[in-house]
Design a protein around this ligand. Structure first.
Ligand code: PMV
Length: 355
């Protein structure tokens, strides 16, 4: 019969890089020029919820993002759909009397509805949560028998940073050596319980969409920056080793030093791009950085790390609850929320701080 619909819903949090990915060596497969490390956020705060459905009544693949239909014709969506479909298996739902064979999947179409509970494309890595969730939910729907590492390599073809959202805690995206990208996968470093003292605060300085997409930004940086090669070959490999050690030991001073330095260097290579890319152009961001730097220096030991992605939102990682509470007081004191700012919108790790 043409009546049945089979659905799967999944939820995937976004992740924030502390050692940044910036620059591709292969644009179609999305292969990076350096390893990167991120922390996956608590799904309660910033996540994508995706429902995928299959029915013989659907005559084409379709997708809705935040309630609006979007085109699936782009290469990134097509790569993910193709890779998952190629691994589909038999699915049986006895209660509903549904039986789909491996072969059937070639002719069946899916409908996808996806929601972000945070601003899309404002540098909050919405594509990371989005593609990770799309790949994961499709894999469940189609009974794909692959581990998260393999699924991460598929999500990577949707958006590079998405591969890191398949795991919780701290995650490394290994750039890999293979030309076909088979070893360019995410690996979990430590789970979310390992360093649970950390409190992550995201200050939404501006929720407008970013002006330069990460894809064109990276391409322009790789083509024109004199610093990017030095960063990818000399700086990041050392930082990756040091960062892994800092995470293992919960060494906040080293963690802060590396996180802030890497964010600043990422924005330095953006500025070194021709024409230059300014992701940190909001006046407020400079103020937040100096405020944090001053505070860390005056305390003797760092209290807060900052990192900024390709959009004007500050990610602040406090060493514990006490510093998070102090940070919120300071931020609100110096930068009271107004029509242009929506500070301390998301506090991850300890909700009671917001009350
Ligand atoms: O995955 P993309 O194409 O959205 O690129 C993300 C790049 C940064 O967020 C700036 C850094 C990173 O490693 O997540």
């Amino acid at each position: 019969s043409q009546k049945w619909v089979l659905m799967v819903t999944a939820q995937t949090p976004t992740n924030i890089a502390v050692i940044k990915y910036w620059g591709k060596r292969d644009e179609n497969l999305i292969l990076a020029i350096n390893d990167s490390i991120s922390v996956t956020l608590d799904p309660a705060h910033l996540c994508t919820t995706t429902t995928v459905a299959v029915s013989p009544a659907f005559n084409q693949d379709r997708m809705w993002l935040n309630g609006k239909e979007i085109s699936l014709s782009g290469g990134r969506y097509q790569n993910c759909l193709r890779e998952i479909r190629a691994r589909a298996n038999d699915v049986e739902d006895e209660k509903k009397g549904i039986k789909i064979t491996k072969k059937d999947w070639e002719n069946l179409h899916v409908h996808v509805a996806s929601y972000n509970n945070f601003p899309t494309a404002a540098g909050l890595a919405s594509s990371a949560a989005g593609f990770a969730c799309l790949v994961y939910s499709l894999a469940k729907l189609m009974n794909v028998q692959e581990d998260n590492g393999k699924l991460s390599a598929i999500a990577r073809q949707g958006s590079g940073s998405a591969c890191r959202s398949l795991y919780g805690g701290f995650v490394k995206w290994v750039m890999g050596k293979e030309q076909n990208g088979s070893d360019s996968i995410a690996v979990p470093l430590v789970d979310e319980k390992h360093w649970d003292e950390l409190v992550i605060i995201i200050a939404v300085v501006c929720s407008r969409q970013k002006e330069t997409s990460s894809t064109s930004g990276m391409r322009e940086t790789v083509e024109t920056s004199a610093l990017i090669e030095h960063r990818a070959k000399e700086v990041v490999p050392k930082r990756i080793i040091q960062m892994e050690e800092a995470i293992q030991k919960c060494d906040f001073a080293t963690f802060t030093h590396l996180t802030c330095a890497d964010s600043n260097q990422f924005h330095a290579v953006c500025l070194d791009t021709s024409p230059p890319i300014f992701y940190m152009n909001a006046h407020l961001i400079g103020k937040i950085i100096s405020c944090v730097e001053k505070w860390n220096r005056s305390e003797g030991t760092p209290q807060v790390a900052y990192t900024f992605d390709a959009g004007p939102n500050a990610v602040l990682i406090a060493r514990n609850r006490t510093s998070a509470a102090l940070l919120l007081q300071r931020l609100l004191f110096h930068f009271p929320p107004n029509s242009e700012t929506d500070l301390n919108s998301y506090v991850i790790g300890d909700k009671s701080l917001m009350e």
